[in-house]
Design a protein around this ligand. Sequence first.
Ligand SMILES: NC(=O)c1ccc[n+]([C@@H]2O[C@H](COP(=O)([O-])OP(=O)(O)OC[C@H]3O[C@@H](n4cnc5c(N)ncnc54)[C@H](OP(=O)(O)O)[C@@H]3O)[C@@H](O)[C@H]2O)c1
Length: 321
Amino acid sequence: METRQLGSTGHEVAPIGLGCMGMSWGYAESQRDDTSSVEVIRRALDAGPVLLDTADAYGDGHNETLVGRALAGRRDDAVVATKTGIVVQDLATRTLGRNGSPEHIRHSADSSLRRLGVDVIDLYYLHRVDPLVPLDESWGALADLVREGKVRHLGLSEVTREQAATAHRAHPVAAVQSELSLWTRDPLDPRTGISGWCADNGAAFVPFAPLGRGFLTGRYRSADAFEAGDFRATNPRFGGEALAANLRIVAVVEEVAARHGATAAQVALAWTLTRGDHVVPIPGTKQLRYLAANTAAADIRLSARDLADLDAAPAAVGSRY
Ligand SMILES: NC(=O)c1ccc[n+]([C@@H]2O[C@H](COP(=O)([O-])OP(=O)(O)OC[C@H]3O[C@@H](n4cnc5c(N)ncnc54)[C@H](OP(=O)(O)O)[C@@H]3O)[C@@H](O)[C@H]2O)c1
C-alpha cells in the first residue's frame, strides 16, 4: 500500500487517516456506539501505521479514552495525534472556550497521555491560538513537552501563514490541520493558503472535515436530515436555501464518481490527495462500511478532466461555522 511522509515527523503513514471526533460528539449522537467505534479504529489500524486524530475537547476527554481503548496492544500501528487549547465549558451544549496558557497545556498533556494510555503523543497540536495568550508562550510550553519526552512532534490548527512562521522559528511545525474540502478551499489560496506554507516548510497539511462534515457524500439532501443537537442542524451551510444551493457541488462530485464507479465520498477524498504529497486527510466515520470505502479512495486516480470539473464546482453558500 502506498504511504505518505507525515511532514517532518519521520513517520510514513497510510495516505488517508481517521478522524475520531464524531465517535464522541457532533454528528448524529443518537447513533454513537463505543464498542463499534473501537472496532472501527482497530480496523483502520490494519492499514497501519495510520494517523489517528483526536483532541481532549472531543466529548471532554471521552474521545481520547475511546482511542486509548482501541490502541491497547496496537500502539505501533498508529501515529497518535491529539490537541490542546480548547476547553469544554458545557458538555451538553458543546460550549467551548480557549486556554493556551502554559499551565493549562502542561496539565492537559498529562491528562491526554493518561486517557490515551500511551507514553508519548506522536503529534500534539495547539487546537486554536488563544487570543489572550501570545502564541510564543503556548508554543514554548509545547516545545518543553517535546524536551521532556512526553510529545514527539508539534502541530497547529487553523492558523495563518504568519502564525505558522512565528511558531516554526522557535520549534519546527511538523503539521498544520485546517478545514479543506471541495466546499472549503481557503487553505489552497496561492497567496495566503496554509497548505502552500506547509509544502514550503516541510510540514504535513492535514485536511479536517474533508467530506464537508458528510455533505459531500450526497447523504444529506434536506435540512431536516439532522437530529436536534447535531452540529449541522444549526450550521449555516446546511440550512434550507444554502443546502439546496450547495447540492450543486454534490452533483459535480457525483458525476465524477460515476465515471470511476466510485462513491462521491471517495472522489471528495481522492481530490484532497491531489493537492500535494504533503497532504494527509482525516475523514471521520463511526461505521465500518464507510471506513473501508474511505480507505479505498487512495486508489482512485482522478484525470485532468475530473480535476477540471471538480475545480469548476460552485463555491459553497454559507459560512463554515
Ligand atoms: N482541528 C479542528 O478544529 C477540527 C474540526 C473538526 C474536525 N476535526 C477532525 O477532523 C476529523 C474529520 O472531520 P469531520 O468528522 O468533522 O467531518 P468529515 O470527515 O468531513 O465528515 C464526517 C461525516 O461524514 C460521514 N461519512 C464518513 N464517511 C462516509 C462515507 N464514505 N459515506 C457517507 N458518509 C460518510 C460520517 O458519518 P458517520 O458518522 O455515520 O460515519 C460523518 O457524518 C474529525 O473526526 C476530527 O478528528 C478537526
